[in-house]
Ligand binder design. Structure first.
Ligand code: FE2
Length: 241
């Protein structure tokens, strides 16, 4: 099976600065990007999964989609503040790539801004026509992300590994968790883990805040299994650590 994170013909990686590898950002970025790849593969189907007028389901699913959209937005926001300015300053030869990635982030932000009111309308009404419109927006976002999330890993992260320290990269990861209420982190940790193979789940788990690791063992894993079964009735629930 070929790795999703593989450069395509004509794509060129940013020049990697001299010097040692300072952080394991590439590996961490692959793990979080797998969560978005999975989420936006599923989002269109979820937006089509409520019967007309079934607002109990549209409210449940709409809240999950809103949280995923926020995780994506916060992820890009963190990189815009804590990764790309540093890369530009410390590796000026990467400037073209930085501009390109920031432009892709802006494009995704525009798409998320367009999605929000449609998602809210569908959440409140379970109107199938609105759900279909929402699903089509998610299909376009998913297609866009399949390019951006791949190219950030293949073209940019090898350079980032040589300019950001592990401590700085940890701050970036922490930014992602800090923007959410603790109960949301606990409830979603299982789904985040499930998008990765088991060995990556172990690494991912280490990056989660301590409160979330403890709560995941106590209640979070059960919450994940219940949430998965509600979102995807009848499907086997993917294993998590
Ligand atoms: Fe990223």
């Amino acid at each position: 099976m070929s790795d999703f994170f593989t450069m395509e013909p004509g794509e060129v990686a940013a020049p990697v600065p001299d010097g040692p590898v300072l952080c394991t950002g590439t590996a961490a970025m692959r793990r979080i990007h797998r969560v978005f790849l999975w989420s936006y593969d599923e989002a269109p189907g979820l937006a089509r999964s409520a019967a007309a007028g079934d607002t109990e389901r549209s409210r449940y699913v709409g809240e999950v989609l809103a949280n995923i959209d926020k995780v994506l937005h916060v992820h890009h926001e963190g990189e815009d503040q804590l990764m790309y300015p540093q890369l530009r300053e410390r590796a000026p030869a990467c400037a073209l790539h930085v501009d390109q990635m920031l432009a892709q982030h802006a494009e995704v932000k525009t798409m998320l801004d367009q999605i929000a009111p449609i998602r809210e309308r569908w959440t409140a009404t379970a109107d199938p026509a609105v759900g279909e419109e929402l699903a089509q927006h998610y299909e376009r976002l998913s297609a866009r992300l399949k390019v951006h999330l791949r190219r950030e890993v293949t073209e940019v992260m090898p350079a980032v590994d040589r300019v950001l320290t592990n401590e700085e990269f940890e701050q970036l990861a922490a930014h992602g968790f800090d923007q959410f209420e603790k109960k949301v982190v606990i409830a979603y940790l299982g789904m985040i883990l499930a998008a990765n193979p088991i060995e990556d789940q172990r690494e991912f788990f280490k990056e989660a805040p301590a409160f979330a690791r403890v709560a995941y063992r106590l209640v979070g894993k059960r919450m994940y299994r219940k949430q998965y079964a509600t979102l995807f009735p009848g499907r086997p629930i993917p294993d998590t650590i």
